[in-house]
Design a binder for this molecule. Structure first.
Ligand code: SF4
Length: 452
């Protein structure tokens, strides 16, 4: 029987299915994941209450192709664009209105408009309710240009709509934006400026505990571009986090290592891991990345300072800068061990639309035009490298990946974490290294786009 409240919603509101599109990035699938993207559950939360919303993460659950939804809303980044277009075609053939948003749609509007009835560019908060009202009135626009929202009244994400296969469920956001201008990053053009939410709202979300398992209640993953940029803001936030007794993780810049007061507060408030965009060991490559703030000679000391607080260091590395040779790339496996990285994330340079690297490679005629969007997933080559052939860049990355997640190196990192890190940070290192090493042992390395 339909509850009276639902009956009212059905009469006055819409049924909306939000889909987070996905294409396998490992040969044998991706049966569990640690942390969900915040996009779908945030969009569900900012949807006015009169509408009925469901959220599907294609990575982990089946989609409902017989859905009775009025609107199918698809969010994706470039690497999953081909899948998103395919889904749009299927749902439109069934007579559904299909809308889309996300970074790819923002930077490839003409292409997206071929596949979707309406698109939302930029941030959705200021235009999503209007789009839904226009659909009810029968006159939706083709393009809704979202503007940066003030972040003053964002609701708690709809964690209740997440599938159980996400290990960590509580992703929250305190800030948006980053003052740096890394050549490969869409954040500066997508999330301009640096904005933050009221502290009491962040604490409200961090305190949300309606989960099944203790670790889902315990762990908070900040889905921020660069959480620690405003030191006065982050320091007050962390003081307010201390009584919650949570374990938390985030992305940050390496300069946090030079701020003992911040590191101490991070420790006291329960930080178990930070993701640092180290990117490269090469001076010229760091210059290419517009990442002058990173100095290879300081990596070891910076990681040491963070380890002194018992916090795990996750670090991103990119293969394929113009100065990278095969040896530079494959030798990163040893170097990242030497500097003490606990969990490495290894990707290939990807020229996303909206980034300086895209403009440069495009103007030099180096974007490989017949490579589809499946090549834009961080594990494949979509441009002509300067010093290597495309094939050698791919091979160098695969060699790096295999060495870095070999049993020997994975075990070493776990062992080192056991003796240097606090319990939550050790568990993080243990699970993530075991996860990637298991993939390596199953020969489940990143998939080549042509084999997907
Ligand atoms: S520091 Fe991180 S978020 Fe900021 S521009 Fe660079 S890659 Fe993007």
């Amino acid at each position: 029987m339909i509850a009276v409240e639902d009956e009212v919603k059905i009469v006055s509101g819409l049924k909306i299915d939000i889909i987070i599109a996905y294409v396998q990035r490992y040969k044998f699938g991706h049966e569990i994941d640690f942390v969900p993207p915040i996009t779908g559950i945030h969009l569900a939360a900012i949807t006015p209450k009169k509408h009925l919303v469901r959220v599907f993460h294609q990575q982990l659950e089946s989609l409902d192709f017989n859905s009775n939804a009025d609107i199918i809303a698809i969010s994706f980044f470039s690497g999953f664009a081909e899948m998103a277009y395919k889904l749009a075609g299927i749902f439109r053939a069934k007579g559904k209105m299909v809308v889309a948003g996300g970074p790819h749609v923002t930077f490839c509007q003409e292409e997206a408009l071929i596949h979707f009835d309406s698109i939302v560019t930029g941030e959705a908060e200021n235009v999503w309710p209007q789009l839904l009202d226009d659909v009810i009135d029968g006159k939706p626009e083709r393009i809704y240009n979202g503007t940066p929202c003030d972040m003053l009244s964002l609701p708690t994400p709809r964690y209740d709509l997440l599938p159980s296969a996400f290990f960590i469920k509580k992703v929250i956001q305190a800030t948006r934006g980053c003052p740096f201008l890394c050549s490969f990053c869409t954040v500066p053009s997508l999330n301009p400026g640096f904005r933050f939410r009221p502290l009491e709202h962040v604490i409200r979300d961090a305190s949300y505990d309606n989960f099944r398992f203790w670790w889902q209640k315990k762990v908070v993953w900040f889905w921020d571009d660069n959480l620690t940029i405003s030191r006065p803001y982050i320091k007050v936030l962390l003081k307010k986090m201390i009584p919650l007794k949570k374990w938390w993780l985030t992305q940050a810049s390496m300069d946090i290592a030079n701020d003992p007061e911040l590191l101490e507060l991070m420790k006291e408030s329960g930080c178990i891991g930070v993701f640092l965009g180290i990117e490269s060991f090469g001076k010229e490559s760091l210059r290419d990345a517009h990442k002058g703030q990173n100095k290879a000679e300081n990596y070891r000391n910076a990681i040491n300072e963070i380890h002194k607080m018992g916090i795990a260091v996750m670090a991103g590395f990119i293969a394929g800068f113009d100065h990278d040779s095969y040896e530079d790339i494959s030798s990163m496996a040893e170097k990242l061990m030497e500097i003490g990285v606990d969990v490495p994330f290894l990707s290939i340079m990807t020229p996303f639309n909206g980034t300086p690297i895209y403009s440069k490679l495009s103007s030099e005629g180096r974007i490989i035009s017949d490579r589809g969007w499946n090549y834009y997933n961080g594990y494949n080559v979509a441009f002509k490298p300067a010093k290597l052939s495309e094939k050698d860049l791919l091979l160098a990355h695969r060699m790096l990946w295999k060495k870095a997640f070999s049993f020997k190196y994975s075990f070493k990192r776990i062992f080192r974490s056991a003796i240097t890190l606090r319990p939550g940070a050790f568990l993080l290192s243990f699970f993530m290294n075991s996860f990637y090493c298991y993939k390596k042992l199953r020969k489940n390395h990143p998939a080549d786009a042509c084999n997907l």
